[in-house]
Design a protein around this ligand. Structure first.
Ligand code: NAD
Ligand code: UDP
Length: 337
C-alpha cells in the first residue's frame, strides 16, 4: 500500500517507516522537521536499500495534504505528527491544540475530500490520567492531566464521532505505553533536543557522559523499591504493532482502540540497573523529589491487541537497553553531530 506517514522522520515514525518498507509497503513521509532530522532518511536507505519519499511540510497545510494524497495515490495514513512534551504543553497549551488537534482536523478533512478513509493514530497511555487500578484496560476511565493529554483525548473523540457518522471510516487508535530502544543496527534511534524529559534517553546520556547522574524523581512511591513503575516497550515492537493494526483495520468500519505495551512494569531503579549492565558500568543516580503530576505506576493490559491483532511485545528490557546503548554510543550527539 501507499501509506502517508505524518511525523515520519520522528522517533517512532522512522522505525515504523523502516518496517513498512521491509513489509513491502511504500511509505510517504511528511514532516515539518520541528523535532527530527532528515538525516534519518539516509539511514533508512542504508538499512532497507530504499530511500523513502519525503515531503517537508506541515499537516496544517491543507493544499499540501490535498496534493500529497492525490499525487502519491495514498491508501492509508499513519498519523504520528504531534508535539509531545507534557511540561511544554502546560506552558503553551494553544500551540498543542493548534498543532495536535488543529493539525489532525486538517488531515481528516483532506482525507475525507480525497476518499482516503483508513487512519492509524498515535494515542498514549496518558489518556488514562491518574488511574489507580493496574493493569490498564482499554475500557478504563479516561481523563487527562495536561493539555498534551487533552489533545490526545480530543482526537480520539473526533475519530469516534466521525466513525459514528460515516461507516466508511476505519480508525485505529493505538495507546502507547513507554516507547524506548532503537533499531538493533544502532543507525537510528531517539534523539531528543535539549535535556531529555524521559527516563531512558536521560540514562543513555548519563552513560555516554553528557549528564552527570540520573535524577530519580521520588523513591517513596507505593511500589516495590519506591520508584515509579512504567511499562516500557521496544520501539520495533511498537512499529510492528502499527503494521498489525493496519492489516487488521484497513477497510474495517469504526474506531478500534488498542493498548500497545508489554504488560509488565519496571521501576526506575530496575531500568537503571539494566542499562548499567548494557553499558558495562554502574551509572550514578541521586534521589530528587517526585515530579509533579507523575503517577506511581502505569502498565498495560495488552490482551486485546494480542487477541485481535495477533500482536504482542517480544523484546526484553535488557534488549531495549542494549539497543539504546548501541545507538547512543555510536551517535552520542544524535543525528546531526
Ligand atoms: P517525535 O517528536 O520524534 O516525532 C513526531 C514528529 O512529528 C517529529 O518528527 C516532528 O518534526 C513532526 N511534527 C510535529 N508537528 C508536525 C506538524 N504540524 N506537521 C508535520 N510534522 C510535524 O515523537 P515520537 O516519540 O516519534 O512520537 C510520535 C507520536 O507518538 C506522537 O503523536 C506522540 O504524541 C505519540 N506518543 C509518543 C510517546 C513517546 O513516549 N515517544 C508516547 C505516547 C504517544
Ligand atoms: N524519571 C526519573 N528521572 C528522569 C526521568 C524520568 O526518575 O530523569 C521517572 C519518572 O518519574 C517516571 C519514570 O521515570 O517514574 C518514567 O518517566 P518518563 O518521563 O520516561 O515516562 P512517563 O512518566 O511519561 O510515563
Amino acid at each position: 500500500m501507499n501509506i502517508l506517514v505524518t511525523g515520519g522522520t520522528g522517533y517512532i515514525g522512522s522505525h515504523t517507516s523502516l518496517r513498512l518498507i521491509e513489509a513491502g509497503h511504500r511509505p510517504v513521509l511528511l514532516d515539518n522537521l520541528c523535532n527530527s532530522s532528515a538525516t534519518v532518511l539516509d539511514r533508512i536507505a542504508t538499512l532497507t536499500g530504499t530511500r523513502p519519499t519525503f515531503i517537508q511540510g506541515d499537516i496544517r497545510d491543507r493544499p499540501l495534504l490535498d496534493r500529497v494524497l492525490r499525487e502519491e495515490k495514498i491508501e492509508a495514513v499513519i498519523h504520528f505528527a504531534a508535539l509531545k512534551a507534557v511540561g511544554e504543553s502546560v506552558e503553551h497549551p494553544l500551540a498543542y491544540y493548534d498543532n495536535n488537534v488543529g493539525g489532525t482536523l486538517v488531515l481528516l478533512a483532506a482525507m475525507q475530500a480525497a476518499g482516503v478513509r483508513t487512519l492509524v493514530f498515535s494515542s498514549s497511555a496518558t489518556v488514562y490520567g491518574a488511574a489507580q487500578q493496574m493493569p490498564l484496560r482499554e475500557d478504563a476511565p479516561l481523563s487527562a492531566t495536561s493539555p498534551y493529554g487533552h489533545s490526545k483525548l480530543m482526537i480520539e473523540q473526533m475519530l469516534s464521532d466521525m466513525a459514528a457518522a460515516d461507516p466508511r471510516w476505519s480508525f485505529t487508535s493505538l495507546r502507547y505505553f513507554n516507547p524506548v530502544g532503537a533499531h538493533e543496527s544502532g543507525l537510528i534511534g531517539e534523539a531528543p533536543q535539549g535535556i531529555p524529559n524521559n527516563l531512558m534517553p536521560y540514562i543513555a546520556q548519563v552513560a555516554v557522559g553528557r549528564r552527570a547522574a540520573l535524577r530519580v524523581f521520588g523513591n517513596t512511591y507505593p511500589t516495590p523499591d519506591g520508584t515509579g513503575v512504567r511499562d516500557y516497550i521496544h520501539v520495533l515492537d511498537l512499529a510492528d504493532g502499527h503494521l498489525a493494526a493496519l492489516d487488521h483495520g484497513h477497510g474495517r468500519p469504526g474506531l478500534q482502540v488498542f493498548n500497545l505495551g508489554s504488560g509488565q512494569g519496571h521501576s526506575v531503579l530496575e531500568v537503571l540497573g539494566a542499562f548499567s549492565r548494557a553499558c558495562g558500568r554502574d551509572l550514578p543516580c541521586e534521589i530528587h523529589p517526585p515530579r509533579p503530576g507523575d503517577v506511581a505506576s502505569s502498565w498495560a493490559d495488552p490482551t486485546r491487541a494480542q487477541a485481535v491483532l495477533g500482536w504482542r511485545a517480544r523484546r526484553s528490557l535488557d534488549q531495549m537497553c542494549a539497543d539504546t546503548w548501541r545507538w547512543q554510543s555510536t551517535y552520542p550527539q544524535g543525528y546531526d553531530a
